[in-house]
Design a protein around this ligand. Structure first.
Ligand code: UGA
Length: 435
């Protein structure tokens, strides 16, 4: 199969590289010349474990190409994926579809024979219909079809998620689109990946419903964690106790500082907009968003309480800045609200992250960035673990306690054993568990 992938962001690059790894010929197109030049030199625009190796292998095998020119690539394409960004529009939270529609228009003008155009970007219900209209208005060849194929990749685990997916969702309105996408995904069937064929609008909604449901699990367990603290219960045990019920499942029940990233915050807001426009308010999703927003802001209060009610003149060390481990992504990271809150209340903040510091620098003025997870705690009154990078799990707490001035350990991911922390003289506070 000949595949064109428009957009070499997170989704486009991972999907394009993985399709090539399965033997398809893939051309990735991006208007950003510096990004394409970097990819030609083997430089990845994002930090994702395993990506560089897959890209370089498939480039060498001649199955993966990068270009800024759409027209030459498109002539032989069986499927053209649109994987450009759909950021939240300032002001109203609506998904900004201008890049998607601009890509559709460009495809329509460049196509000389029919192809299947597939949205991989997360797009609100009805976007496929609008793309079909744009194609007609710009005289795309007859027989060109539009399908929806949302992605379910997690940052940090994207290659595994692509190759061994829980499911593949294809929303199509005609047989040609169904046949082409069946062929595109056939190599994955060996991994027993189920493929769900459905209507285009339904596929578009599946993506939002999935992310909103996962966000709901997180806000739910975070509220349970608060209740655990108030009544002397342990949220880890509650999560295990409910998660063993197959109907609930054990995943996405880790209490923490609130969800962040480029997907849940944006997609929950966009779903609320769609629901409102359809006059079907989604009150649960509205609450999920409110619970999460308030939670992120409240995390600084936990630190203040742990330090006896004032942050004035205190030094707080922060471990982990990215919105989750194994990514350099800082979008909507809980560390941003936490650090702003600490600084506003007079604290000095030092921070360390294994890969996020370069991105974090411009977002976190006034923060002292350390070189490793020990020097960051030198002279600190409190240590706050925000992102559960593996390398923080086996931290020598005795050494940490020795380097600190104070003794507060605020573990926002429940990574450490309270007993061990207490043994070395630290005052432990986790999330939803006994101190
Ligand atoms: C999420 C979805 O998991 C993917 O399926 C989806 O494809 C992707 O969004 C997307 O729409 O592109 P991602 O944002 O990369 O993936 O990261 P997650 O692993 O889902 O984590 C999101 C946030 O939830 C993180 O801040 C994480 O710390 C938090 N989280 C997750 C919790 O606080 N508790 C949990 O139990 C799980």
């Amino acid at each position: 199969m000949q595949i064109v992938m428009i957009g070499t962001g997170y989704v486009g690059l991972v999907s394009g590289a993985c399709f090539a790894d399965f033997g398809h010929h893939v051309t990735c197109v991006d208007k950003d010349e510096s990004k394409i030049a970097g990819l030609h030199e083997g430089r990845m625009p994002i930090w994702e474990p395993g990506l560089e190796a897959i890209v370089s292998h498939n480039v060498k095998r001649g199955r993966l190409e990068f270009t800024t020119e759409l027209k030459p690539a498109i002539d032989t394409a069986d499927a053209i994926f649109i994987a450009v960004g759909t950021p939240a529009r300032h002001g109203d939270g609506h998904a900004d579809l201008s890049y998607v529609y601009a890509a559709a228009e460009e495809i329509a003008r460049a196509l000389t024979r029919p192809a299947v155009i597939v949205t991989k970007s997360t797009v609100p219900v009805g976007t496929g219909d609008e793309i079909a209209r744009i194609l007609r208005a710009n005289n795309a060849p007859d027989g060109t079809s539009v399908a929806s194929n949302p992605e379910f990749l997690r940052e940090g685990a994207a290659i595994r998620d692509f190759k061994i997916p829980d499911r593949i969702v294809v929303g199509a309105e005609d047989d040609r689109a169904r046949e082409v996408l069946h062929e595109v995904y056939r190599p994955l069937f060996l991994n027993k990946a189920p493929i769900l064929f459905t209507g285009r609008r339904t596929a578009e909604l599946i993506k939002y419903a999935a992310n909103a449901f996962l966000a709901t699990k997180i806000s739910f367990i975070n509220e349970v964690a608060d209740l655990c603290e108030a009544v002397g219960a342990d949220v880890q045990e509650v999560a295990r106790g409910i998660g063993l019920d197959n109907r609930i499942g054990p995943k996405f029940l880790h209490a923490g500082p609130g969800y962040g990233g480029s997907c849940f915050p944006k997609d929950t807001l966009a779903l609320l907009q769609t629901a409102e426009a359809a006059d079907v308010p989604m009150r649960i999703v509205g609450s999920v968003v409110a619970v999460n927003d308030e939670r992120k802001v409240r995390m600084a209060e936990r630190v203040r309480e742990a330090l006896g009610g004032s942050l004035q003149g205190k030094k707080v060390a922060v471990l982990g800045l990215t919105f989750k481990p194994n990514t350099d992504d800082m979008r909507d990271a809980p560390s941003l609200a936490l650090i702003a809150g600490l600084q506003q209340q007079g604290a000095r903040v030092a921070a360390f992250d294994p890969v996020g510091i370069d991105h974090a620098r411009s977002l976190l003025p006034g923060v002292e960035f350390a070189d490793d997870s020990y020097s960051v705690v030198d002279g600190a009154d409190a240590l706050v673990l925000v992102t559960e990078w593996d390398e923080f799990r086996a931290l020598d707490l005795k050494e940490v306690a020795r380097r600190m001035r104070g003794n507060a350990l605020i573990d926002l991911r429940n990574v450490y054993e309270p007993e061990e922390a207490t043994r070395v003289g630290l005052t432990y506070r986790g999330v939803g568990r006994a101190s």
